[in-house]
Design a protein around this ligand. Sequence first.
Ligand SMILES: *[C@@H]1O[C@H](CO)[C@@H](O)[C@H](O)[C@H]1NC(C)=O
Length: 279
Amino acid sequence: MKISVLVAVLMAFVSVASAANFNQDIAVTWGDGRGKILDNGQLLTLSLDKFSGSGFQSKNEYLFGKIDMNIKLVPGNSAGTVTTYYLRSQGTTWDEVDFEFLGNLSGDPYTVHTNVYCGGKGDREQQFRLWFDPTKDFHTYSLLWNPQRIIFSVDGTPIREFKNLESAGVPFPKRQPMRVYSSLWNADDWATRGGLIKTDWSQAPFTASYRNYRADACVWSSGKSSCSSSSPSRNAWLSQELDVGSQRRLRWVRKNYMIYNYCADTKRFPRGLPKECTS
Ligand SMILES: *[C@@H]1O[C@H](CO)[C@@H](O)[C@H](O)[C@H]1NC(C)=O
């Protein structure tokens, strides 16, 4: 009896400790005051105007992790704006796992753009629509990165899985620690069908909001990685895979909401699709 109470108290302590505070975990790195941490670290906003966007990064570097963030995207006419949320390592042969949200005219849908880079090489784009309006409320955008796979999820529904297929000769990011980054910037030169629609600066400043950053992750420090929890069940993400229900939901997303898949773009790869598409 006593032991179970103690365990419950400890578990509560551990989960509080990992529910983040932006002041503790995040550094606003650019934008000259346009990125703000508010409400005692519970809310973060990025803004963009004619002169500059803004951005932040995690203080920690991670080698594997499950990163969740609640984001409310720029409302109204957001065409030309891009909100990014990604993992990236340092250097010229960097690894990167991207979510990018391309804004649109009022009432028109956002594009969710995803990519995976390994050793500085990407070209693995998949794009999606969402099944809700991402500007009305906060929604959870998650990146699960473990040695076997990368899973992109939205509100717990997987939209993309990139498997470790090193055995088939496909590179997989697993040697370089990555930080979490996010930014809001202007990309009306490419984001809107090749610059067709320009950002309407009369609507500025554009603002995206963030809450509930949570990193169940292995923190990289002085060449070593240490995983957040001593209790093994709390690191279940390290070996997590898609169960049958998640696979079914992934198929539902791909069937109904995927609007671009590099693996189906045979014109782009005349000499054959990348190996991960056929393995
Ligand atoms: C904006 O909405 C239009 C109309 O649905 C769509 O064709 C276009 O791809 C969208 N643009 C972006 C950047 O999502």
